[in-house]
Design a protein. Sequence first.
Length: 247
Amino acid sequence: MPEVSGLSQAPTHVAIIMDGNGRWANARGLHRTQGHAAGEPALFDVVHGALEMGIEWLTVYTFSTENWSRDEYEVSFLMEFNVDLLERRRDELNELGVRVIFMGDLDDPRIPPVLLDRIRDAEELTADNTKMSMVFAFNYGGRREIVDAVRSIVEDGVDSDAVDEGLIRQHLYIPDMPDPELVIRTSGEQRTSNYLLWEAAYSEYVVTEVLWPDFDRYELARCVEEYQARERRFGGAVDASLGDSSG
Ligand code: FPP
């Protein structure tokens, strides 16, 4: 497969809402869970594409704090699928130089212990990798993350005068994670869905109609190009405000 490198100024951090698995499956007369399974090759093609483009952080929304309300079969499928995926893919990610990080509430008793073990294995195996950090937003909610940050600040006994944006940032789940320049949402939905509420405050959003199982590194490159075109227009607008209308 041809590579997708060569794009100028790849964003440092791209975050993705992988949406549309259920609709992809419905359109084919399949069960929704088969849509999730079909999302795995898409995700790994995107990992390869992100590495080729020099993206340093890739965050993917794999399970939200709201997803527990889906039917029991789908929830348990997703839990088992995560276990299976980590077992099958962890060596590949390691060989690619990818550091795996899970971000979310992992203290939730509904998460099967075997999944917590596989998460720990993958994180430990890949901890020293430096090519790219891949963040699995799992049992993640942006509001929950902010609540957890506030709680830990209060528990530390911090004086209210000392609370500022920097301090809140230091108490988010991954303090050294740079804010994403670009958030991509697939399947045409135009919502933030409680994703990276603090971190994406200034992010560009690109919504693509493509359903997640049909997404790949080329669609990733197209989304990055759309983001880069916006960046260039922003440069022009700044010039125009200075009296230069050529941008
Ligand atoms: C949203 O589609 C997707 C999810 C809730 C799960 C994401 C899971 C994958 C992409 C599978 C591969 C990756 C991992 C790490 C397990 P949806 O079900 O909301 O789709 P719909 O809006 O069409 O119903």
